[in-house]
Design a protein. Structure first.
Length: 214
């Protein structure tokens, strides 16, 4: 199984998949052509007037990729903004994978430091295998803490049982049976950027975590 399926640790972005990646050579015409797209818009809860006016990148995703963010509003403006901007970061990485662009500006708008570096490496692995993500990704059990220094800590789970890797060369989707490794625990550290947007700086993951398994 390719390394992309097993990657975990510091800087790893919150979209890791268990399914294997397909090999084979590609042609220029094999890059993802999306006849139908879904456009992602950030939450209206920004946490500040600056974030509301931020020039956010547009996020367009394949129509066969969907999300279930099962983390309801907390009622705290800052915490809800952390969750909303994390959603955009997750989707931005998936868009870069779909577009086969390891340097896409959208995910770099929402990340810096080791989180951005890990994201670039992860996206590049999908590019190398000419794969993208399809199916449904479920995120749940989010816990947010605003720290005294103004940073934020976020812990959350991902359910990958209905998310798969799809070859851009053959169009084939690799469907693996769910297992304990289909559940991943993430821990991230965020800070607010110049535009008031919450930026993910550090991100770690633990595959098969008992905290996330049903």
């Amino acid at each position: 199984m390719p390394a992309v399926a097993r990657a975990a640790g510091v800087g790893v972005v919150a979209v890791l998949l268990l399914a294997g990646c397909g090999g084979g050579e590609s042609k220029s015409g094999d890059r993802l052509a999306r006849a139908t797209e879904t456009t992602s818009k950030p939450s209206t809860s920004s946490g500040s007037s600056a974030a509301s006016a931020a020039e956010r990148p547009e996020i367009k995703l394949p129509s066969d990729l969907s999300y279930a963010f099962e983390w309801p509003k907390t009622g705290d403006e800052k915490k809800d903004a952390v969750l909303g901007d994390t959603e955009q970061f997750i989707k931005a990485v998936d868009m870069a994978i779909a577009d086969q662009d390891p340097l896409d500006k959208a995910y770099r708008f929402y990340s810096e430091g080791t989180a951005a570096a890990g994201s670039q490496k992860f996206i590049q692995e999908f590019v190398d295998y000419k794969d993208r993500i399809t199916g449904t990704k479920r995120f749940f059990d989010a816990k947010v803490k605003i720290n005294a220094d103004g940073t934020a800590g976020l812990v959350y789970c991902e359910d990958q049982t209905k998310a798969y890797n799809k070859s851009l060369t053959t169009g084939k989707t690799d469907v693996d049976a769910p297992s304990s490794d289909s559940y991943v625990l993430y821990r991230s550290l965020l800070r607010t950027g110049e535009q008031g947007v919450w930026i993910t700086e550090k991100l770690t993951s633990q595959r098969g975590s008992a905290e996330c398994r049903p």
